[in-house]
Design a protein. Structure first.
Length: 212
């Protein structure tokens, strides 16, 4: 049987950027202890290539990190987490029902759906329970915890692309997992601050010594 590794799927530049930001941050944090895949076909039935998904992000903790052409669950197990970033073409409730049915069949434990166009409740979460996906009540900040990753889902504002889905180390979303370039920028900024504080301290010492 032929299991295709790709297809032409309509997606905006904004969708791709939001996907890449999330993937890069998760890959940098978990890449050495998880299988992290983005925007590729995922198959769960070795007898039927038509039964597939293409999560924007898929993560399986404890699996060897490797580069895949496609994800076959009978070879590597099902992802613990699957993420969908909504595009204009897949926003309908009918589309959502079909997508959730496939996630359920694939055995993915947590499904995350992020719609950057929704002003309220842009994030929705489902957990696999007794063979069915049950939507999570998000009234409590702890409800945004991703148990498989021991992290929290949050929404942050990007200066160019608007609301974006990210993962954080805390429930308030203050310690967001950085992408490699974000971590580099933060390190440079921290170094600049430290140098400025050192220069200010030296200036104060010089003034004190001058006044003696």
């Amino acid at each position: 049987l032929d299991f295709p590794t790709g297809a032409d799927v309509p997606a905006s530049g904004r969708h791709k950027e939001l996907l890449v930001l999330l993937w890069q941050s998760v890959q940098a944090e978990l890449g050495n202890r998880a299988l992290v895949a983005s925007d590729m076909f995922l198959y769960w039935d070795p007898t039927d290539p038509k039964r597939c998904l293409a999560p924007d992000l898929a993560v399986r903790i404890g699996a060897p990190a490797e580069t895949l052409e496609c994800w076959k669950t009978w070879e590597r197990g099902a992802p613990h987490v699957g993420v969908e970033i909504v595009s204009r073409w897949d926003r309908s409730e009918t589309r959502l029902e079909k997508t959730l049915e496939r996630y359920c069949q694939a055995g993915i434990l947590e499904v995350v759906r992020f719609d950057p166009e929704r002003q309220t409740s842009p994030v929705r979460l489902w957990d696999l329970f007794d063979g069915d996906l049950v939507e999570r009540d998000l009234g409590d900040p702890e409800a945004y915890r991703c148990d498989a990753l021991a992290l929290y889902w949050c929404v942050r504002q990007h200066p160019r692309f608007g609301p974006m889905l990210r993962l954080a180390r805390d429930a308030k979303g203050e310690r967001v997992l950085p992408t490699p370039w974000e971590a580099e920028d933060a390190a440079v900024a921290a170094k600049d601050i430290a140098l400025a504080e050192l220069a200010a301290a030296r200036a104060r010492i010089a003034e004190l010594e001058k006044g003696r």
